[in-house]
Design a protein around this ligand. Structure first.
Ligand SMILES: *[C@@H]1O[C@H](CO)[C@@H](O)[C@H](O)[C@H]1NC(C)=O
Ligand SMILES: *[C@@H]1O[C@H](CO)[C@@H](O)[C@H](O)[C@H]1NC(C)=O
Length: 253
């Protein structure tokens, strides 16, 4: 399904994190001194408190749990004449506030090579939303489909690796994240799709039953793409959240 000539494009429109103000964000971590031997433990606790509050801080009705994503276009291009585009609409992710911060390891001594590893676990995450898909080829009338879907992910774990450095603006150091990589390991996954006016409901049911049996193959094939997509999403959110907070305010020396 994901051959070498196929690719997805994750186009993330500008992320908006109005749910959390810069002051709120640094208030979690400002007690963690970089020079302290207990920095990692302090950071683990700070991040856990931050995560626990993801379903709380509401400004203008926005939360990060559930997290309602902007329209997400995925383009599958077989490189020949056929092209499939799937757009996910109004996708909500539920369960970020269940995340457990298991461990933090860091090296913040060299400001040109900052590094932090965060071990994460989540027993349940749930996506739901609508989709619209179009399969077009040069020769035929495009086939379109739409409907709703949900994906349940059970026993997720992974290590978020953040790499970055500080950049100076007006003689003040700000944190810049260059890479945010995580390869989530999924214990189990269930997908349900219901098509609207689906002309082939038996076919859809068959495809879904295959997906639910063989998702592991597809998931691990697609993992590099998922990793790239997550890197972009996490970095754009972090950029917006922390780009105006001095590094020494986020984590004092
Ligand atoms: C999905 O589509 C249905 C039917 O058109 C609509 O009622 C619902 O609000 C949509 N949900 C989202 C999350 O956009
Ligand atoms: C989503 O999940 C629920 C169970 O939680 C199920 O009843 C529903 O039919 C599912 N499918 C869609 C497409 O919403």
């Amino acid at each position: 399904m994901f051959g070498p000539h196929c690719y997805f494009l994750f186009l993330t429109s500008a992320a908006v994190v109005t749910a959390l103000s810069p002051q709120q964000i640094s208030s979690y971590t400002e007690h963690c001194k970089r020079s302290s031997p207990k920095f990692n433990k302090c950071m683990k606790n700070a991040l856990q408190l931050f995560v626990n509050d993801l379903n709380k801080d509401i400004i203008d009705g926005e939360t990060l749990d559930p997290w309602v994503m902007p329209e997400l276009p995925l383009i599958y291009d077989a490189g020949v004449s056929e092209k499939m585009s799937v757009t996910l609409l109004g996708v909500s992710l539920h369960g970020l506030s269940n995340l457990i911060v298991k461990n933090v390891r860091s090296n913040l001594k060299d400001k040109t090579k900052l590094r932090m590893e965060i071990d994460l676990y989540d027993n349940l995450m749930y996506f739901n939303g609508n989709y619209s898909a179009e399969l077009s080829s040069n020769t035929e009338v495009p086939i379109t489909a739409e409907g709703s879907f949900n994906i349940t992910l059970v026993d997720l774990k992974g290590t978020l690796l953040l790499k970055g450095r500080t950049v100076k603006r007006n003689n003040v150091d700000y944190l810049q994240i260059d890479r945010a990589s995580i390869k989530p390991d999924v214990g189990n996954l269930y997908i349900d799709v219901v098509g609207e006016n689906d002309p082939y409901p038996e076919l859809t049911a068959l495809v879904m039953s295959l997906v639910n049996q063989y998702w592991r193959l597809v998931y691990y094939e697609a993992l590099p793409l998922i990793e790239e997509g997550l890197d972009e999403i996490i970095r754009s959110y972090m950029d917006e959240a922390i780009s105006n907070i001095p590094f020494d305010t986020i984590v004092p020396a």
